[in-house]
Design a protein around this ligand. Structure first.
Ligand SMILES: *[C@@H]1O[C@H](CO)[C@@H](O)[C@H](O)[C@H]1NC(C)=O
Ligand SMILES: *[C@@H]1O[C@H](CO)[C@@H](O)[C@H](O)[C@H]1NC(C)=O
Ligand SMILES: *[C@@H]1O[C@H](CO)[C@@H](O)[C@H](O)[C@H]1NC(C)=O
Ligand SMILES: *[C@@H]1O[C@H](CO)[C@@H](O)[C@H](O)[C@H]1NC(C)=O
Ligand SMILES: *[C@@H]1O[C@H](CO)[C@@H](O)[C@H](O)[C@H]1NC(C)=O
Ligand SMILES: *[C@@H]1O[C@H](CO)[C@@H](O)[C@H](O)[C@H]1NC(C)=O
Ligand SMILES: *[C@@H]1O[C@H](CO)[C@@H](O)[C@H](O)[C@H]1NC(C)=O
Ligand SMILES: *[C@@H]1O[C@H](CO)[C@@H](O)[C@H](O)[C@H]1NC(C)=O
Ligand SMILES: *[C@@H]1O[C@H](CO)[C@@H](O)[C@H](O)[C@H]1NC(C)=O
Ligand SMILES: *[C@@H]1O[C@H](CO)[C@@H](O)[C@H](O)[C@H]1NC(C)=O
Ligand SMILES: *[C@@H]1O[C@H](CO)[C@@H](O)[C@H](O)[C@H]1NC(C)=O
Length: 371
């Protein structure tokens, strides 16, 4: 579950806003979600195993697998639009085919407070969830005098960290060392994180902005989708980074989700808990340890987690989408379960499905002689 800790460094007080345990979606027999379950929240499609529940962590609803319940409510941030949330984390998009979801991860910050002349920390974590972090994410740290750690939860051991510095003596100009588009330690640092990691941020109090607060008051740290990140010098010297990605204080994160805490081989043995219930679905082992996701078999599309013939994996009628499934002679296209047939024009041979039909020259010659 995500949670937030905000503390004045001098007080060493920690307030955990959210405690509790989200179980992996295992154990219970796959429920059949009722057709009355809400499947849309503010325009975001919420396919099973996800579902809308009344309160975060509610695992009694049959609309979602345990751990996959989202709440749907209005926020100021998105102009009053209804928005799906996993605890306090906004969910932007869910992909069944990729087993991924896009979220808005909270940016942790560490700021000099002129009133108290101390540092204010706002540190976030995202742990105990059915989500693992996709490889496209990087731990991103921004600041002129900062060291942020990414911790494995529970163990409280520093797993990795990132240092960002600027040439910024108390009277110097930190900006001179910064350059746009370059995140390599000056004002900005990014590092990949190990697979399967739980995520918890902590700033090192020995690296603080007390002496450079006129130039760079705040430092930031967040695990985010690095494919959408370009460093701007103003990120290190203003609050701009906090508002770059749509909302306030958030950045995009891609998570891999899994069902079950077993491999496909082990999971298949128990038909009452095996999640890939649709006919024409298949099981894919997770790269992040024992767990799996389901997908429709080749030539089928739909929701592999549903038995329902309407919503489960259904045959793709390739003949109705000639742009995607070319057929040299469209009239000959014949849809088959999981595929399709189509013929080459007369006197040619090859693969009609990818448009590589060619003249059979031997036959051409024979015809000539025949005439
Ligand atoms: C199969 O799954 C069901 C439901 O989760 C569980 O009650 C049962 O113990 C499991 N059986 C085995 C052999 O693991
Ligand atoms: C998998 O999850 C079930 C139910 O939460 C639990 O009883 C079991 O011990 C877990 N197995 C492993 C290997 O973690
Ligand atoms: C699931 O199947 C679709 C279509 O066959 C494919 O594009 C997609 O990559 C598959 N997903 C995974 C995670 O392999
Ligand atoms: C500085 O700290 C005081 C006391 O904790 C707090 O009321 C104030 O909001 C803080 N200022 C800023 C800019 O965060
Ligand atoms: C970086 O780009 C911003 C505009 O995107 C500009 O205001 C700033 O001066 C640039 N910084 C440097 C060092 O070129
Ligand atoms: C800031 O860092 C300096 C040394 O780097 C340290 O002496 C000081 O106590 C730190 N200040 C705070 C508020 O943590
Ligand atoms: C910060 O700026 C204020 C006024 O703008 C100045 O009085 C103060 O000395 C500056 N502090 C530092 C550390 O440069
Ligand atoms: C990158 O961020 C911009 C600005 O928030 C957003 O409009 C765009 O959709 C994002 N692109 C990707 C690939 O996430
Ligand atoms: C960033 O935005 C969040 C959400 O509004 C806010 O709580 C936080 O104080 C902001 N941080 C900074 C350093 O501006
Ligand atoms: C056409 O399909 C055949 C067999 O399916 C394959 O060997 C060949 O490489 C394909 N050609 C193109 C251009 O995709
Ligand atoms: C062309 O057609 C002739 C007669 O039907 C056949 O014997 C021959 O094998 C074909 N050539 C090729 C390359 O398939």
């Amino acid at each position: 579950m995500p949670s937030h800790r905000s503390a004045a460094a001098s007080l060493l007080a920690a307030v955990w806003l959210c405690l509790g345990v989200a179980l992996l979606g295992v154990g219970a027999a796959p429920p059949r979600p009722s057709s009355s379950c809400q499947r849309d929240c503010g325009g975001v499609d919420i396919p099973y195993p996800f579902g809308i529940v009344d309160s975060p962590g509610d695992s009694s609803s049959d609309c979602a697998m345990p751990g996959f319940g989202l709440t749907c409510h209005e926020t100021d941030v998105n102009g009053g639009r209804r928005t799906p949330f996993y605890y306090e984390v906004e969910v932007v998009d869910v992909s069944l085919q990729q087993g991924q979801a896009r979220m808005q991860n909270h940016i942790s910050s560490y700021c000099y407070n002129a009133t108290t002349q101390g540092m204010d920390a706002s540190e976030w974590r995202l742990t105990g969830t059915p989500y693992r972090f996709a490889d496209t994410n990087k731990f991103t740290v921004i600041g002129c005098q900062t060291l942020a750690y990414i911790e494995g939860a529970h163990t409280h051991e520093y797993t990795s960290g990132c240092v960002a510095m600027c040439r910024a003596e108390s009277d110097g100009d930190a900006r001179s060392a910064l350059s746009n588009d370059s995140c390599s330690g000056i004002g900005c640092c990014q590092t990949a994180i190990p697979r399967g990691l739980q995520y918890e941020v902590e700033f090192d109090s020995g690296f603080n902005t007390t002496k450079i607060h006129n130039v760079s008051r705040c430092s930031y740290a967040v695990l985010m989708d690095a494919s959408n990140f370009t460093f701007q010098t103003t990120y290190a010297t203003s609050p701009r980074f906090n508002t770059t990605y749509g909302g306030v204080g958030v950045a995009p994160l891609v998570v891999d989700w899994v069902v079950g805490n077993q491999t496909c081989d082990a999971a298949r043995k128990n038909s009452s808990s095996y999640a890939c219930v649709s006919d024409h679905s298949e099981c894919l082992d997770s790269l992040n340890g024992p767990a799996y996701i389901c997908n429709c078999s080749k030539g089928f599309q739909g929701n592999p987690y549903l038995q329902d013939p309407e919503q489960g994996c259904k045959d793709i009628n390739e003949c109705t989408d000639l742009a995607k499934y070319p057929c040299s002679v469209p009239g000959t296209c014949k849809n088959l379960p999981g595929g399709f047939n189509c013929r080459c024009p007369k006197h040619t041979k090859g693969d009609a499905q990818n448009g590589t039909c060619e003249r059979n020259h031997t036959l051409g010659l024979g015809e000539k002689f025949g005439i």
